[in-house]
Design a protein around this ligand. Structure first.
Ligand code: MRU
Length: 356
């Protein structure tokens, strides 16, 4: 089910990505020939979504290692390691908020440092295996979260979601949209309202596309309609993703999420975030410390390249916001659903995972 498209594929030394900037009008593949192309693809949002950018960056490290192979041979393994560390820092800076990017890069560097330095063949084979592991584990994780999350979806439910959390935002299947698909394919009577998700329209362009492909009954709404639907009792639950979860359960996600969470709190609507454990940043005590990406003014003044604001107007364009943990009903992970008190349960999870 829903294996209709492959969001990222590494073949013939190149990384192939669906160019998400062009969907739904054009289905075109974007080819990354080197790690600089990978950095561009992440920064320019050819590919986006927390788990997807992590998996893509992992292949970027592999491509950088291949490019630096002559340094290993003619200079020294130490020089090679330094160059690769610099390439990771370069990739890491492409987007600052989603912790999965940093997590995947750290995992690749750790693999490098434990692969043994005696042979370049061994290093490259280890890195390729690790990148592919990150990719395939992500799909398995998403499917596990879908099964876990299905438990909280009633047999008949109208769900509101925000941004894109489907296969496109991951290596496959999706996080929050994965839960919704699991419930729908399992025979539940599901209706989805998808926020258009300004200013980049991930909801209108990507979630709507995925919902239609999956055949899930749904309607696209302007972001500002969500308040009325929630007040009028038309929404049974809100399910969305997350880009970084702090140790106290604060959830950083696409801009507009906080507003939805406040409405849910006000009107008693359950509010769930679906995140793999790799999205939990155990090192960050609370959401106030999460770096929030600010994007170009043109995203607001020139949506789709069309000018809509007076020339020279100042813009404030944060791409994410933080939902306080008090607004979050539950955090769905592949290890189960976390409920309040989040600080206690996240700490227990950290210890269960071996003290990450
Ligand atoms: O700016 P984007 O499109 O990368 O933002 C994506 C989101 O905010 C998603 O909700 C989040 O990554 C979780 S979905 C896997």
């Amino acid at each position: 089910m829903d294996e209709t498209f492959i969001t990222l594929e590494y073949k013939d030394n190149e990384l192939h990505l669906i160019d998400q900037r062009l969907l739904p009008n054009e289905y075109t593949m974007f080819r990354c020939a080197n790690y600089r192309d990978v950095e561009f693809a992440i920064r320019d949002m050819v590919v986006r979504g927390a788990p997807a950018i992590g998996a893509v960056a992992a292949f970027g490290v592999l491509m950088a290692a291949k490019e630096f192979e002559p340094i290993y041979r003619t200079a020294s393994p130490q020089e090679f390691r330094k160059k690769l560390g610099d390439a990771c820092a370069f990739l890491d800076a492409a987007r600052p908020t989603a912790v999965n990017l940093h997590w995947a890069l750290q995992r690749m560097l750790q693999k490098l440092d434990t692969s043994g330095w005696d042979s370049m063949e061994r290093i490259l084979a280890g890195l390729e295996q690790e990148a592919d592991c990150i990719r395939s584990e992500d799909i398995a994780t998403n499917k596990a979260m879908a099964r876990v999350g299905n438990d909280i979806v009633p047999h008949k439910a109208t769900i509101l979601t925000h941004c894109n959390t489907g296969a496109l935002a991951t290596a496959g299947w999706g996080t929050a949209l994965g839960v919704i698909k699991e419930a729908f394919y399992g025979g539940k009577d599901i209706f989805v309202y998808a926020d258009e998700t300004r200013p980049r329209f991930q909801g209108a362009r990507l979630t709507a596309w995925e919902l239609m492909q999956a055949g899930i009954p749904s309607k696209l709404i302007p972001d500002s309609v969500a308040a009325t639907l929630i007040r009028d009792g038309k929404i049974d639950l809100v399910i969305l993703g997350g880009d970084r979860v702090a140790a106290n359960g604060d959830v950083c996600n696409k801009i507009g999420t906080f507003m939805l969470s406040a409405l849910c709190k006000l009107y008693g609507v359950p509010f769930y975030s679906v995140v793999p454990v790799s999205t939990i940043d155990f090192t960050i005590a609370n959401g106030a410390d999460i770096p929030i990406e600010e994007r170009d003014a043109e995203e607001i003044t020139h949506p789709g390249g069309v000018p809509v604001a007076p020339a020279g107007m100042q813009v404030y364009n944060p791409a994410f916001d933080v939902t306080p943990h008090q607004h979050v009903t539950g955090i769905i992970t592949e290890k189960g659903i976390l409920y309040p008190p989040y600080d206690k349960h996240i700490e227990e999870l950290r210890i269960a995972l071996g003290g990450m």
